[in-house]
Design a protein around this ligand. Structure first.
Ligand code: EPU
Length: 438
């Protein structure tokens, strides 16, 4: 039997081909949770059939609903919501961070919810304190229980004014999913405004919610009494699109991504060009081809940030490509304190990279005073040589593929199943762009 968790990859080929991109991994699961706010059926299109979709489908079934594949769409229906046992929820929480977002629907429809330690990729501590603050402000009562926190809503949740100390994507989604059926108005300041959040807002609007996104990261919600079913096509995955673009950059290849939205990639495209990459977009911006504009890439200084900044999820594949730049690149990660673990793998492949705990960028971020190695210096260009690697998290996993494809010789990458969380059919796709794999 072949071991699907290990990928043997021979680098050195110039990648070439077209990859079609489907619904965003970070939008779809939240839209599935939104469908739990109503007893009516909903239809979701442009679905990526990845592991996270499957886990959230299992969660919906655990709540007594159904999430079925119907042709290319997902049909979700939760006629009666019955919270699962704490053990079942605890298990789902260990596999993904999404179940923590089911609190809003569960509290509105059954009066109770449970939160245990959430899972997901190992990148930083990833606490849920902002989520708890949001729920408490809306009137949720919390008591400690074995393995987590038991949440109850003694009365209907009530609108509140809440300020996030950091524009967290998850906490903003928690706010939206919990406040849209609360009594009265709610205001969230310092909210995250990522395209994936706007997509969730458009879904909730289709369902009958009253939500406005204002300037200065403010979101106001006027609670309504009931929500209805919806039909919605998920926005394309801008993280997957950028991953393939970085692969083209690192391997001096030419890769076209189709089914994307140029607007969601605007910051990435600017940075791509600054680094010596080039691209051409179709008139409607749904198809973009990427290639290198010069034989040697240009080094640059880069800082990750919340939208509209350079996304943290774009960081590791792009920085891997910067090992092929002629000079010193400096990267400052400001969203997660621990998203630089892949650098050790780049070193193992022969890259000249260093990690620093100081903030090497214009922002004095939250991690500057801790002992977090969150800045990277790459001294290029580097000749990479294939080696043995083990995948620690989703985006790092893709960057290992990028690095191994840019290296000469054979690399063996274990833990590769982690990529199934966020990349649909990725083994087929990497073979389709000309990477030589077992
Ligand atoms: N944070 C807290 N307390 C909280 C919540 C967050 O301190 O209660 C901190 C986090 O530890 C982190 C920062 O706030 O340092 C940002 O976290 P955020 O809540 O914005 O992230 P998330 O909702 O947990 C989503 C995506 C991530 C993506 C980030 C940032 C999903 C399922 N995950 O995570 O995607 O990196 O937003 O855009 O939507 C990925 O796709 O590989 C991935 C990890």
């Amino acid at each position: 039997m072949p071991d699907t968790d290990v990928l043997r990859l021979r680098g050195g080929n110039r990648t070439q081909g077209t990859i079609s991109i489907r619904g965003s991994k970070n939008a779809l699961p939240k839209i599935m949770v939104a469908a739990m706010l109503t007893s009516e059926p909903s239809r979701i299109g442009n679905v990526s059939w990845i592991r996270d979709t499957q886990i959230v489908g299992e969660m919906i079934e655990a709540y007594g609903g159904s999430a079925r594949r119907v042709g290319t769409e997902l049909a979700v229906e939760v006629p009666d919501l019955v919270p699962p046992s704490q053990d079942v929820l605890g298990d789902l929480n260990r596999r993904s961070r999404i179940p923590v977002l089911s609190c809003g629907p569960a509290l509105h429809r059954s009066g109770e919810a449970f939160i245990s330690t959430p899972g997901g990729c190992t990148i930083g501590a990833r606490p849920v304190d902002f989520h708890l603050d949001v729920l408490r402000s809306l009137g949720v009562v919390m008591t400690e229980a074995e393995g987590g926190l038991r949440l109850t809503a003694p009365t209907r949740l009530r609108g509140a004014r809440i300020e996030l100390s950091y524009p967290s994507v998850g906490a903003t989604e928690q706010f939206l999913l919990a406040s849209c059926l609360a009594e009265g108005d709610s205001l969230l300041t310092n909210a995250a405004v990522e395209p994936e959040i706007l997509d969730l807002i458009y879904v909730l609007q289709k369902m009958g919610a009253l939500i406005s996104v204002e300037t200065n990261r403010q979101i106001t919600v006027t609670g309504v009494d009931r929500l209805r079913g919806f039909a919605h096509d998920v926005i394309p995955d801008r993280l997957e699109a950028a991953s393939w673009a970085s692969l083209a950059l690192a391997t001096d290849g030419e890769i076209t991504v189709s089914g994307v939205r140029q607007a969601d990639l605007a910051t990435y495209l600017n940075t791509y060009r600054r680094a010596g990459g080039e691209f051409a977009a179709s008139p409607d911006g749904t198809e973009i081809s990427f290639w290198r504009d010069r034989s040697m890439l240009r080094p640059l200084a880069l800082e990750t940030n919340v939208h509209p900044g350079f996304m943290t999820d774009w960081q590791s594949p792009f920085v891997t490509a910067l090992t092929q730049a002629d000079g010193i690149s400096v990267i400052h990660e400001t969203v997660y304190e621990d998203r630089t673990g892949y650098v050790a793998a780049l070193e193992a492949l022969g890259a000249n990279v260093g990690l620093f705990t100081e903030c090497l960028g214009p922002t004095h971020c939250r991690f500057g005073r801790g002992n977090h190695p969150h800045s990277i210096v790459v001294v290029g260009p580097n000749k990479l040589q294939g080696t043995e690697l083990h995948v620690p998290d989703l985006r790092a996993g893709f960057s290992y593929v990028v690095a191994a494809a840019a290296a000469s010789g054979l690399s063996t990458i274990s833990g590769i199943d982690l990529l199934d969380r966020g990349y649909e059919d990725f083994r087929t796709k990497i073979a389709a762009v000309g990477i030589d794999i077992d």
